[in-house]
Design a protein around this ligand. Structure first.
Ligand code: BTN
Length: 259
């Protein structure tokens, strides 16, 4: 993949600007910086390698040149969409799942909030970050990192959750730039429907661990045990606790409980 092949792959899509880096600290960081000067919706920043890729909850994200996909899409949430900012990262996960289903013939799942799993292992992660100018939202950087080809999977000791790559689960995989173009296609398709019932339905239909006993690790409190019921209309994770109480949680990491 290079700038030319990327632009060719994306030529039929409504992507106003494509910024390609052979190497950069983080495409999210660049998007957030550039937003100050104004970037249109669906502006796309792509890197072959990131030297300071970041993940959720302050974690590091590794992008291996030649085999990973790391990109950021600029979005401008409307006033009424700002109540459900979590849906923007759901959008990235859903677009990625549909691209894998349609073009690779595999069955991915979404681990709340937005990890994409294949065969129960993580193959992609999403990080949505927003930039403000004073009180005004300048835009949202929807960052998507995919372990696409063999060689992109980080070693076991570097990950919180077992990892895999898309290639390991597919008979056929399009070239990296074509796969990225397909993800963009579904992202653009679903973007206007982000507040719809259908959108949440499509997300829930792919939700991993539904009906299973899990524990949730919130960032600052003790882990919580429960059965995973789904997500509510705000995108929060709904658990039925062991005492029967049903509660929604806005943030955290989910793990399967053994036994
Ligand atoms: C996670 O699973 O914790 C989220 C990982 C998000 C990684 C992507 S790669 C492109 C963009 N740039 C970054 O620095 N992070 C996101």
């Amino acid at each position: 993949m290079d700038e030319k092949s990327l632009k060719t792959a994306l030529k039929d899509l409504a992507v106003p600007r494509i910024v390609y880096y052979d190497e950069i600290d983080s495409t999210n960081e660049q998007a957030l910086n550039l937003m100050a000067s104004g970037l249109e919706e669906f502006t796309l920043l792509v890197a072959d390698q990131q030297t300071a890729g970041r993940g959720r909850l302050g974690r590091k994200w590794v992008t291996t040149p030649g085999s990973s996909l790391a990109f950021t899409v600029v979005l401008h949430p409307k006033e009424e969409e700002r109540q459900v900012m979590g849906f923007f990262s759901f959008l990235g996960g859903l677009a990625l799942c549909i691209a894998i289903e349609t073009h690779c013939g595999a069955r991915p799942q979404l681990k709340w909030p937005n990890d994409v799993l294949l065969g129960g292992k993580k193959t992609a992660g999403i990080l949505a970050e927003s930039s403000f100018q004073g009180e005004t939202l300048a835009g949202t950087a929807l960052g998507i990192g995919v372990n696409l080809l063999e060689g992109s999977v980080p070693p076991l000791e570097e990950v919180m959750f077992p990892a895999t790559c898309v290639a390991e689960h597919c008979f056929y995989l399009p070239p990296r730039e074509d796969f990225l173009a397909e993800v963009m296609r579904y992202l653009i398709q679903w973007r206007p429907r982000i507040m719809s019932r259908e959108f949440l339905h499509e997300y829930q239909a792919r939700l991993a661990l539904t009906g299973q006993r899990v524990f949730l690790i919130p960032p600052s409190t003790e882990e919580i045990d429960g059965t995973l019921m789904g997500v509510d209309r705000e995108g929060h994770l709904v658990l039925e606790l062991d005492d029967g109480e049903v509660r929604a949680f806005p943030v955290g990491d989910v793990k399967l409980r053994q036994g």
